[in-house]
Design a protein around this ligand. Structure first.
Ligand code: SF4
Length: 508
Protein backbone atom coordinates (compact mmCIF):
# COMPACT_ATOMS: atom_id res chain seq x y z
CA UNK A 1 0.00 0.00 0.00
CA UNK A 2 1.34 3.45 -0.83
CA UNK A 3 -0.13 5.58 1.94
CA UNK A 4 1.38 8.73 0.46
CA UNK A 5 -1.14 8.95 -2.39
CA UNK A 6 -4.19 8.50 -0.20
CA UNK A 7 -6.75 11.28 -0.57
CA UNK A 8 -10.43 11.23 0.27
CA UNK A 9 -12.89 10.53 -2.54
CA UNK A 10 -15.44 13.01 -1.20
CA UNK A 11 -17.16 15.07 -3.87
CA UNK A 12 -17.99 18.73 -3.59
CA UNK A 13 -20.50 19.63 -0.86
CA UNK A 14 -20.72 23.26 -1.87
CA UNK A 15 -24.24 23.48 -0.45
CA UNK A 16 -23.18 22.46 3.07
CA UNK A 17 -21.18 23.44 6.12
CA UNK A 18 -18.68 21.15 7.80
CA UNK A 19 -18.23 21.50 11.56
CA UNK A 20 -15.29 19.64 13.11
CA UNK A 21 -15.65 19.10 16.85
CA UNK A 22 -12.54 18.84 19.02
CA UNK A 23 -11.94 18.47 22.74
CA UNK A 24 -9.69 21.50 23.26
CA UNK A 25 -8.04 22.57 26.49
CA UNK A 26 -8.16 25.53 28.84
CA UNK A 27 -4.44 25.09 29.57
CA UNK A 28 -2.56 24.96 26.29
CA UNK A 29 -3.24 25.37 22.57
CA UNK A 30 -1.74 22.04 21.50
CA UNK A 31 -5.00 20.19 22.06
CA UNK A 32 -7.01 22.19 19.50
CA UNK A 33 -4.17 22.89 17.05
CA UNK A 34 -4.59 19.74 14.88
CA UNK A 35 -8.36 20.30 14.59
CA UNK A 36 -7.72 23.84 13.35
CA UNK A 37 -5.06 22.63 10.91
CA UNK A 38 -7.36 19.98 9.42
CA UNK A 39 -10.10 22.61 9.06
CA UNK A 40 -7.62 24.93 7.27
CA UNK A 41 -6.70 22.14 4.86
CA UNK A 42 -10.32 21.25 4.08
CA UNK A 43 -11.25 24.93 3.70
CA UNK A 44 -8.46 25.33 1.14
CA UNK A 45 -9.82 22.47 -0.93
CA UNK A 46 -13.10 24.33 -1.34
CA UNK A 47 -15.26 21.24 -0.96
CA UNK A 48 -17.66 22.83 1.52
CA UNK A 49 -19.44 26.13 1.49
CA UNK A 50 -18.26 26.74 5.04
CA UNK A 51 -15.86 25.01 7.42
CA UNK A 52 -15.88 25.69 11.17
CA UNK A 53 -14.53 24.16 14.37
CA UNK A 54 -15.94 24.02 17.88
CA UNK A 55 -14.69 22.58 21.13
CA UNK A 56 -15.71 21.15 24.49
CA UNK A 57 -13.09 23.19 26.36
CA UNK A 58 -12.42 26.11 24.01
CA UNK A 59 -14.30 28.63 21.92
CA UNK A 60 -16.56 28.53 20.08
CA UNK A 61 -18.65 26.15 22.14
CA UNK A 62 -20.90 23.57 20.52
CA UNK A 63 -23.96 25.77 21.04
CA UNK A 64 -22.27 28.87 19.64
CA UNK A 65 -20.85 27.30 16.51
CA UNK A 66 -24.27 27.02 14.84
CA UNK A 67 -24.28 30.82 14.69
CA UNK A 68 -21.01 30.76 12.71
CA UNK A 69 -22.44 29.02 9.66
CA UNK A 70 -25.16 30.07 7.25
CA UNK A 71 -25.75 26.77 5.46
CA UNK A 72 -28.98 24.85 5.85
CA UNK A 73 -27.18 21.52 5.56
CA UNK A 74 -24.51 20.79 8.16
CA UNK A 75 -22.15 17.84 8.57
CA UNK A 76 -20.59 17.38 12.00
CA UNK A 77 -17.48 15.21 12.36
CA UNK A 78 -16.10 14.53 15.85
CA UNK A 79 -12.30 14.75 15.82
CA UNK A 80 -12.20 12.13 18.54
CA UNK A 81 -10.32 8.85 18.68
CA UNK A 82 -13.21 6.61 19.70
CA UNK A 83 -16.93 6.26 20.11
CA UNK A 84 -18.00 6.41 23.73
CA UNK A 85 -18.97 8.92 26.41
CA UNK A 86 -18.08 12.06 24.46
CA UNK A 87 -19.31 11.04 21.04
CA UNK A 88 -22.40 9.19 22.25
CA UNK A 89 -23.49 11.47 25.12
CA UNK A 90 -21.72 14.81 25.46
CA UNK A 91 -21.58 15.88 21.82
CA UNK A 92 -25.20 14.95 20.93
CA UNK A 93 -26.41 16.72 24.07
CA UNK A 94 -24.39 19.90 23.51
CA UNK A 95 -25.12 20.00 19.78
CA UNK A 96 -28.82 19.22 20.39
CA UNK A 97 -28.86 16.19 18.12
CA UNK A 98 -31.67 13.65 17.88
CA UNK A 99 -29.64 10.97 16.11
CA UNK A 100 -27.60 10.67 12.90
CA UNK A 101 -29.93 13.18 11.17
CA UNK A 102 -31.51 16.09 13.04
CA UNK A 103 -33.94 18.65 11.65
CA UNK A 104 -33.72 21.87 13.66
CA UNK A 105 -34.40 25.56 13.01
CA UNK A 106 -34.77 24.92 9.28
CA UNK A 107 -31.51 23.04 9.08
CA UNK A 108 -30.59 19.44 8.43
CA UNK A 109 -27.72 18.34 10.64
CA UNK A 110 -25.76 15.18 9.86
CA UNK A 111 -23.79 13.63 12.71
CA UNK A 112 -20.93 11.50 11.39
CA UNK A 113 -18.80 8.92 13.18
CA UNK A 114 -15.59 10.01 14.95
CA UNK A 115 -12.41 9.97 12.88
CA UNK A 116 -10.57 7.44 15.06
CA UNK A 117 -12.79 4.51 14.10
CA UNK A 118 -12.53 4.99 10.34
CA UNK A 119 -10.81 2.08 8.56
CA UNK A 120 -8.41 4.49 6.84
CA UNK A 121 -6.75 5.16 10.19
CA UNK A 122 -4.69 2.07 9.32
CA UNK A 123 -3.14 3.92 6.37
CA UNK A 124 -2.25 6.81 8.62
CA UNK A 125 -0.59 4.57 11.18
CA UNK A 126 1.51 2.92 8.48
CA UNK A 127 2.46 6.27 7.01
CA UNK A 128 3.37 7.66 10.42
CA UNK A 129 5.49 4.58 11.25
CA UNK A 130 7.43 4.94 7.98
CA UNK A 131 7.90 8.68 8.47
CA UNK A 132 9.22 8.42 11.98
CA UNK A 133 11.77 5.75 11.07
CA UNK A 134 12.71 6.51 7.45
CA UNK A 135 14.68 3.79 5.69
CA UNK A 136 14.36 1.38 8.62
CA UNK A 137 13.11 -2.00 7.29
CA UNK A 138 9.72 -3.00 8.67
CA UNK A 139 10.92 -6.59 9.13
CA UNK A 140 13.41 -5.30 11.73
CA UNK A 141 10.84 -3.12 13.45
CA UNK A 142 8.33 -3.62 16.25
CA UNK A 143 5.36 -1.27 15.95
CA UNK A 144 3.68 -0.21 19.19
CA UNK A 145 0.37 1.64 19.16
CA UNK A 146 -0.19 3.26 22.52
CA UNK A 147 -3.39 4.55 24.09
CA UNK A 148 -4.64 5.69 27.46
CA UNK A 149 -6.44 2.59 28.70
CA UNK A 150 -8.86 2.30 31.63
CA UNK A 151 -12.54 3.18 31.44
CA UNK A 152 -11.73 6.87 31.20
CA UNK A 153 -11.30 6.55 27.47
CA UNK A 154 -13.91 3.80 27.17
CA UNK A 155 -13.79 2.57 23.58
CA UNK A 156 -10.31 3.82 22.74
CA UNK A 157 -8.85 0.45 23.77
CA UNK A 158 -11.09 -1.28 21.24
CA UNK A 159 -10.14 1.22 18.53
CA UNK A 160 -6.46 0.47 19.11
CA UNK A 161 -6.95 -3.29 19.23
CA UNK A 162 -8.84 -3.09 15.94
CA UNK A 163 -5.90 -1.27 14.34
CA UNK A 164 -3.36 -3.75 15.69
CA UNK A 165 -5.40 -6.62 14.26
CA UNK A 166 -5.80 -4.91 10.87
CA UNK A 167 -2.06 -4.22 10.57
CA UNK A 168 -1.12 -7.74 11.68
CA UNK A 169 -3.58 -9.38 9.30
CA UNK A 170 -2.81 -6.96 6.45
CA UNK A 171 0.67 -8.39 5.94
CA UNK A 172 2.48 -5.07 6.15
CA UNK A 173 5.76 -6.71 7.08
CA UNK A 174 6.49 -5.51 10.63
CA UNK A 175 8.39 -7.90 12.89
CA UNK A 176 5.50 -7.49 15.35
CA UNK A 177 2.63 -5.14 16.09
CA UNK A 178 1.36 -4.68 19.65
CA UNK A 179 -1.00 -2.44 21.61
CA UNK A 180 0.07 -0.89 24.90
CA UNK A 181 -1.53 1.54 27.35
CA UNK A 182 -0.61 4.14 29.89
CA UNK A 183 -2.82 2.83 32.68
CA UNK A 184 -3.56 -0.82 31.99
CA UNK A 185 -1.68 -3.89 30.81
CA UNK A 186 0.11 -4.33 28.54
CA UNK A 187 1.84 -1.21 29.88
CA UNK A 188 3.80 1.02 27.56
CA UNK A 189 6.47 1.25 30.26
CA UNK A 190 7.22 -2.46 29.59
CA UNK A 191 7.91 -1.82 25.88
CA UNK A 192 11.42 -3.29 26.01
CA UNK A 193 10.20 -6.64 27.36
CA UNK A 194 7.12 -6.74 25.13
CA UNK A 195 9.10 -6.33 21.89
CA UNK A 196 11.99 -8.18 20.27
CA UNK A 197 13.07 -6.26 17.15
CA UNK A 198 16.14 -4.04 16.96
CA UNK A 199 13.97 -1.03 16.13
CA UNK A 200 10.84 -0.03 18.01
CA UNK A 201 8.42 2.57 16.63
CA UNK A 202 5.89 3.97 19.10
CA UNK A 203 2.84 5.80 17.72
CA UNK A 204 0.46 7.42 20.25
CA UNK A 205 -3.18 6.86 19.25
CA UNK A 206 -4.27 10.32 20.39
CA UNK A 207 -5.83 13.26 18.57
CA UNK A 208 -3.27 15.84 19.69
CA UNK A 209 0.18 16.21 21.20
CA UNK A 210 -1.24 17.18 24.56
CA UNK A 211 -0.29 16.19 28.06
CA UNK A 212 -0.51 12.41 27.53
CA UNK A 213 1.33 11.89 24.26
CA UNK A 214 3.87 14.67 24.51
CA UNK A 215 4.67 14.74 28.20
CA UNK A 216 3.49 11.58 30.02
CA UNK A 217 4.31 8.76 27.57
CA UNK A 218 7.96 9.82 27.05
CA UNK A 219 8.41 9.44 30.83
CA UNK A 220 6.72 6.01 30.79
CA UNK A 221 8.99 4.95 27.92
CA UNK A 222 12.02 6.02 29.95
CA UNK A 223 13.02 8.67 27.38
CA UNK A 224 12.72 11.39 30.00
CA UNK A 225 12.89 11.39 33.78
CA UNK A 226 10.03 13.86 34.27
CA UNK A 227 7.37 15.52 32.07
CA UNK A 228 8.94 18.19 29.87
CA UNK A 229 7.48 21.34 28.39
CA UNK A 230 4.33 21.36 26.27
CA UNK A 231 4.85 21.07 22.50
CA UNK A 232 3.86 24.73 21.99
CA UNK A 233 6.80 25.70 24.22
CA UNK A 234 9.35 23.57 22.36
CA UNK A 235 11.44 24.57 19.37
CA UNK A 236 11.42 21.13 17.73
CA UNK A 237 9.77 17.75 18.17
CA UNK A 238 12.06 15.11 19.73
CA UNK A 239 15.06 13.74 17.82
CA UNK A 240 14.89 10.09 16.74
CA UNK A 241 16.13 7.45 17.24
CA UNK A 242 16.73 7.22 20.96
CA UNK A 243 19.12 4.37 21.86
CA UNK A 244 17.68 2.49 24.89
CA UNK A 245 17.94 -1.08 26.19
CA UNK A 246 20.18 -1.98 23.25
CA UNK A 247 17.51 -0.94 20.70
CA UNK A 248 16.63 2.09 18.63
CA UNK A 249 13.42 3.67 19.90
CA UNK A 250 11.51 5.96 17.52
CA UNK A 251 8.81 8.07 19.11
CA UNK A 252 6.16 9.67 16.91
CA UNK A 253 3.86 12.60 17.48
CA UNK A 254 0.18 11.75 18.05
CA UNK A 255 -1.55 10.10 15.08
CA UNK A 256 -4.14 12.89 15.07
CA UNK A 257 -1.49 15.42 14.04
CA UNK A 258 -0.95 13.57 10.75
CA UNK A 259 -1.89 15.85 7.85
CA UNK A 260 -3.90 13.08 6.21
CA UNK A 261 -6.38 13.22 9.09
CA UNK A 262 -8.10 15.89 7.01
CA UNK A 263 -8.86 13.15 4.49
CA UNK A 264 -10.20 10.86 7.20
CA UNK A 265 -12.57 13.65 8.27
CA UNK A 266 -13.78 13.87 4.66
CA UNK A 267 -14.03 10.09 4.51
CA UNK A 268 -16.41 10.13 7.47
CA UNK A 269 -18.67 12.54 5.55
CA UNK A 270 -18.39 10.33 2.46
CA UNK A 271 -19.33 7.23 4.47
CA UNK A 272 -22.20 9.04 6.18
CA UNK A 273 -23.67 9.97 2.79
CA UNK A 274 -23.30 6.41 1.56
CA UNK A 275 -24.94 4.95 4.66
CA UNK A 276 -27.79 7.44 4.95
CA UNK A 277 -28.22 8.29 1.23
CA UNK A 278 -27.66 11.98 1.95
CA UNK A 279 -25.25 12.95 -0.84
CA UNK A 280 -26.50 15.91 -2.90
CA UNK A 281 -28.21 14.60 -6.05
CA UNK A 282 -28.38 17.98 -7.75
CA UNK A 283 -27.07 21.43 -6.88
CA UNK A 284 -29.11 22.54 -3.90
CA UNK A 285 -30.35 26.13 -3.64
CA UNK A 286 -27.91 28.13 -1.53
CA UNK A 287 -29.31 30.81 0.77
CA UNK A 288 -27.81 34.29 0.79
CA UNK A 289 -24.67 34.81 2.80
CA UNK A 290 -26.18 36.56 5.76
CA UNK A 291 -23.04 36.75 7.90
CA UNK A 292 -21.03 38.62 5.26
CA UNK A 293 -23.96 40.84 4.41
CA UNK A 294 -24.31 41.77 8.07
CA UNK A 295 -20.61 42.50 8.35
CA UNK A 296 -20.76 44.76 5.28
CA UNK A 297 -23.76 46.58 6.62
CA UNK A 298 -22.26 47.13 10.09
CA UNK A 299 -19.02 48.46 8.64
CA UNK A 300 -21.12 50.75 6.44
CA UNK A 301 -22.73 52.11 9.61
CA UNK A 302 -19.28 52.91 10.99
CA UNK A 303 -19.41 50.04 13.46
CA UNK A 304 -15.79 49.09 12.92
CA UNK A 305 -14.73 47.97 16.39
CA UNK A 306 -15.17 44.48 17.76
CA UNK A 307 -13.68 43.76 21.15
CA UNK A 308 -10.12 45.05 21.07
CA UNK A 309 -9.93 44.98 17.28
CA UNK A 310 -10.19 48.01 15.01
CA UNK A 311 -11.20 47.41 11.37
CA UNK A 312 -10.64 49.82 8.48
CA UNK A 313 -11.70 49.37 4.85
CA UNK A 314 -8.71 49.91 2.56
CA UNK A 315 -8.85 49.81 -1.25
CA UNK A 316 -11.18 46.83 -1.49
CA UNK A 317 -9.62 45.01 1.44
CA UNK A 318 -9.48 45.42 5.20
CA UNK A 319 -6.86 46.30 7.78
CA UNK A 320 -7.18 45.02 11.34
CA UNK A 321 -5.14 46.11 14.32
CA UNK A 322 -5.40 46.41 18.08
CA UNK A 323 -7.77 49.20 19.10
CA UNK A 324 -4.99 50.91 21.04
CA UNK A 325 -2.74 50.76 17.95
CA UNK A 326 -5.27 52.50 15.69
CA UNK A 327 -3.11 55.63 15.39
CA UNK A 328 0.27 53.90 15.19
CA UNK A 329 1.90 54.07 11.71
CA UNK A 330 1.71 50.77 9.85
CA UNK A 331 5.49 50.66 9.48
CA UNK A 332 5.83 50.30 13.25
CA UNK A 333 3.55 47.25 13.42
CA UNK A 334 4.29 43.60 12.54
CA UNK A 335 2.57 42.81 9.27
CA UNK A 336 0.39 39.72 8.78
CA UNK A 337 -1.58 38.86 5.66
CA UNK A 338 -3.44 35.57 6.20
CA UNK A 339 -6.73 35.04 8.06
CA UNK A 340 -5.13 32.16 9.99
CA UNK A 341 -2.55 34.63 11.32
CA UNK A 342 -5.39 36.00 13.44
CA UNK A 343 -5.48 32.67 15.29
CA UNK A 344 -1.79 33.05 16.16
CA UNK A 345 -2.27 36.66 17.24
CA UNK A 346 -5.15 35.65 19.53
CA UNK A 347 -3.42 32.59 21.00
CA UNK A 348 -1.28 34.04 23.83
CA UNK A 349 -1.28 37.21 25.91
CA UNK A 350 1.65 39.61 26.24
CA UNK A 351 3.18 37.34 28.92
CA UNK A 352 3.03 34.36 26.55
CA UNK A 353 0.19 32.70 28.46
CA UNK A 354 -2.51 30.83 26.52
CA UNK A 355 -5.82 32.74 26.19
CA UNK A 356 -8.59 30.09 26.46
CA UNK A 357 -11.18 32.90 26.59
CA UNK A 358 -10.67 34.86 23.38
CA UNK A 359 -12.86 37.69 24.70
CA UNK A 360 -10.49 38.30 27.62
CA UNK A 361 -9.22 41.91 27.34
CA UNK A 362 -5.68 40.63 26.85
CA UNK A 363 -5.23 40.71 23.08
CA UNK A 364 -1.61 41.51 22.29
CA UNK A 365 -0.71 44.77 20.56
CA UNK A 366 1.78 45.59 17.83
CA UNK A 367 0.35 43.84 14.76
CA UNK A 368 -1.35 44.80 11.51
CA UNK A 369 -3.41 42.22 9.62
CA UNK A 370 -4.04 43.14 5.96
CA UNK A 371 -6.79 41.09 4.33
CA UNK A 372 -7.85 41.18 0.68
CA UNK A 373 -11.60 40.66 0.92
CA UNK A 374 -14.74 40.18 2.99
CA UNK A 375 -14.47 36.40 3.30
CA UNK A 376 -10.93 36.72 4.68
CA UNK A 377 -12.16 39.33 7.13
CA UNK A 378 -14.99 37.09 8.28
CA UNK A 379 -12.60 34.18 8.83
CA UNK A 380 -10.03 36.30 10.68
CA UNK A 381 -12.74 37.64 13.00
CA UNK A 382 -13.86 34.07 13.58
CA UNK A 383 -10.38 33.31 14.90
CA UNK A 384 -10.12 36.49 16.96
CA UNK A 385 -13.64 36.27 18.41
CA UNK A 386 -15.15 32.85 17.66
CA UNK A 387 -18.84 32.92 16.64
CA UNK A 388 -19.16 36.59 17.63
CA UNK A 389 -20.41 37.82 14.24
CA UNK A 390 -23.06 35.11 14.10
CA UNK A 391 -24.27 35.76 17.63
CA UNK A 392 -24.47 39.51 17.05
CA UNK A 393 -26.49 38.95 13.87
CA UNK A 394 -28.82 36.43 15.53
CA UNK A 395 -29.38 38.89 18.38
CA UNK A 396 -30.15 41.69 15.92
CA UNK A 397 -32.68 39.49 14.10
CA UNK A 398 -34.23 38.26 17.35
CA UNK A 399 -33.12 34.68 16.64
CA UNK A 400 -30.50 34.19 19.31
CA UNK A 401 -31.43 31.43 21.74
CA UNK A 402 -29.66 32.23 25.02
CA UNK A 403 -29.39 29.32 27.44
CA UNK A 404 -30.49 30.06 31.03
CA UNK A 405 -27.76 29.27 33.54
CA UNK A 406 -29.92 26.71 35.36
CA UNK A 407 -30.56 24.86 32.09
CA UNK A 408 -26.86 24.71 31.35
CA UNK A 409 -25.89 23.56 34.84
CA UNK A 410 -28.79 21.12 35.01
CA UNK A 411 -27.75 19.25 31.86
CA UNK A 412 -24.18 18.59 33.06
CA UNK A 413 -23.07 15.00 33.58
CA UNK A 414 -19.91 13.27 34.78
CA UNK A 415 -17.73 15.33 37.09
CA UNK A 416 -19.84 18.48 36.48
CA UNK A 417 -23.17 16.93 37.49
CA UNK A 418 -23.16 18.78 40.84
CA UNK A 419 -22.74 22.24 39.29
CA UNK A 420 -26.41 23.22 39.64
CA UNK A 421 -26.10 23.12 43.44
CA UNK A 422 -25.19 26.81 43.67
CA UNK A 423 -27.70 29.21 45.22
CA UNK A 424 -29.31 32.01 43.20
CA UNK A 425 -27.31 34.56 45.18
CA UNK A 426 -24.07 32.71 44.46
CA UNK A 427 -24.81 32.79 40.71
CA UNK A 428 -24.74 36.59 40.74
CA UNK A 429 -21.57 36.66 42.81
CA UNK A 430 -19.82 34.19 40.53
CA UNK A 431 -20.68 36.21 37.42
CA UNK A 432 -19.66 39.47 39.06
CA UNK A 433 -16.31 37.99 40.01
CA UNK A 434 -15.36 35.79 37.04
CA UNK A 435 -16.89 37.67 34.11
CA UNK A 436 -15.66 41.15 35.08
CA UNK A 437 -15.43 43.20 31.89
CA UNK A 438 -12.35 45.22 32.85
CA UNK A 439 -10.16 42.21 33.62
CA UNK A 440 -11.75 38.91 32.53
CA UNK A 441 -14.18 39.02 29.61
CA UNK A 442 -15.57 41.63 27.24
CA UNK A 443 -18.80 39.79 26.45
CA UNK A 444 -22.27 41.00 27.38
CA UNK A 445 -24.33 38.27 29.02
CA UNK A 446 -27.73 37.75 27.40
CA UNK A 447 -28.88 34.68 29.34
CA UNK A 448 -31.07 34.74 32.45
CA UNK A 449 -30.73 32.68 35.60
CA UNK A 450 -33.70 30.47 34.69
CA UNK A 451 -36.95 30.63 32.70
CA UNK A 452 -38.51 33.22 35.03
CA UNK A 453 -35.67 35.07 36.77
CA UNK A 454 -32.91 37.34 35.52
CA UNK A 455 -29.44 37.04 37.00
CA UNK A 456 -29.37 38.59 40.46
CA UNK A 457 -27.98 42.03 41.42
CA UNK A 458 -24.19 41.73 41.36
CA UNK A 459 -24.29 40.44 37.76
CA UNK A 460 -26.14 43.56 36.53
CA UNK A 461 -23.09 45.28 34.94
CA UNK A 462 -22.64 42.26 32.64
CA UNK A 463 -26.19 42.62 31.30
CA UNK A 464 -26.14 46.29 30.36
CA UNK A 465 -25.63 47.67 26.86
CA UNK A 466 -22.42 49.23 28.13
CA UNK A 467 -20.84 45.76 28.26
CA UNK A 468 -20.05 43.77 25.12
CA UNK A 469 -17.14 46.01 24.20
CA UNK A 470 -14.07 47.67 25.68
CA UNK A 471 -15.25 49.95 28.54
CA UNK A 472 -15.60 53.54 27.35
CA UNK A 473 -16.03 52.62 23.66
CA UNK A 474 -19.37 53.86 22.28
CA UNK A 475 -21.69 50.87 21.62
CA UNK A 476 -22.86 52.59 18.40
CA UNK A 477 -19.36 52.10 16.91
CA UNK A 478 -19.05 48.47 17.97
CA UNK A 479 -20.14 45.01 16.92
CA UNK A 480 -21.02 43.63 20.35
CA UNK A 481 -19.45 40.54 21.88
CA UNK A 482 -22.28 38.47 23.32
CA UNK A 483 -22.41 35.55 25.70
CA UNK A 484 -25.38 33.31 24.83
CA UNK A 485 -24.44 30.56 27.28
CA UNK A 486 -22.05 30.50 30.24
CA UNK A 487 -18.65 29.15 29.26
CA UNK A 488 -17.04 26.09 30.81
CA UNK A 489 -14.95 28.26 33.15
CA UNK A 490 -18.14 29.34 34.86
CA UNK A 491 -19.43 25.77 34.91
CA UNK A 492 -16.19 24.73 36.64
CA UNK A 493 -16.50 27.49 39.23
CA UNK A 494 -20.18 26.59 39.84
CA UNK A 495 -19.18 22.97 40.35
CA UNK A 496 -16.56 23.96 42.91
CA UNK A 497 -18.96 26.26 44.82
CA UNK A 498 -21.71 23.62 44.71
CA UNK A 499 -19.32 21.04 46.18
CA UNK A 500 -18.45 23.43 48.97
CA UNK A 501 -22.18 23.96 49.62
CA UNK A 502 -22.66 20.22 49.78
CA UNK A 503 -19.68 19.64 52.07
CA UNK A 504 -20.78 22.48 54.38
CA UNK A 505 -24.25 20.96 54.96
CA UNK A 506 -24.62 19.48 58.43
CA UNK A 507 -24.95 15.68 58.31
CA UNK A 508 -28.60 14.58 58.56
S1 SF4 B 1 -19.65 33.16 31.11
FE1 SF4 B 1 -18.60 35.07 31.62
S2 SF4 B 1 -16.42 34.66 31.27
FE2 SF4 B 1 -17.59 33.04 30.27
S3 SF4 B 1 -17.81 33.79 28.15
FE3 SF4 B 1 -19.65 34.42 29.27
S4 SF4 B 1 -19.22 36.48 30.01
FE4 SF4 B 1 -17.28 35.58 29.41
Amino acid sequence: MNAGVYTSALNSHSHAALIIVGHGSTLNPDSSAPTHRHADEIRQRGLFREVACCFWKEEPSMREVYESVDSQVIYIVPNFISEGYFCQQVLPRELRLDGPITQRDGRTIHYCDPVGIHPNMTRLLLQRADEVAPGVPRRDTSLIIVGHGTNLNDNSTKAIQDQVRLIREGGYGFAEVIDTYMEEAPLVSDWHTLTTAANVVVVPFFIADGLHSFQDIPVLLGMESEPGKALSQMEVFRQNPIPMHGRNLYYSSAIGTEALMADVILDQVHDFDAKHHTAPQAPAPIPGDQLRQALTSWLGEDRHIIGQVHITSESGGFHLRHLEDADIPAAQLTLYTQPADAREIARNDAQGEFRPIKTAPTLIRGWLLKLPDLSSLQLALEFLYPAAIGMALAQEKGNLQPVPLRHLLGRQTGMYRFANGITDTQSGEIIASFCKTETNCLRRIVWPLDDSQPLPGPAAPKLSLESGQVPGTPPTRCIPLLCMEACNHIVSVCRKVARENHDAKPAA
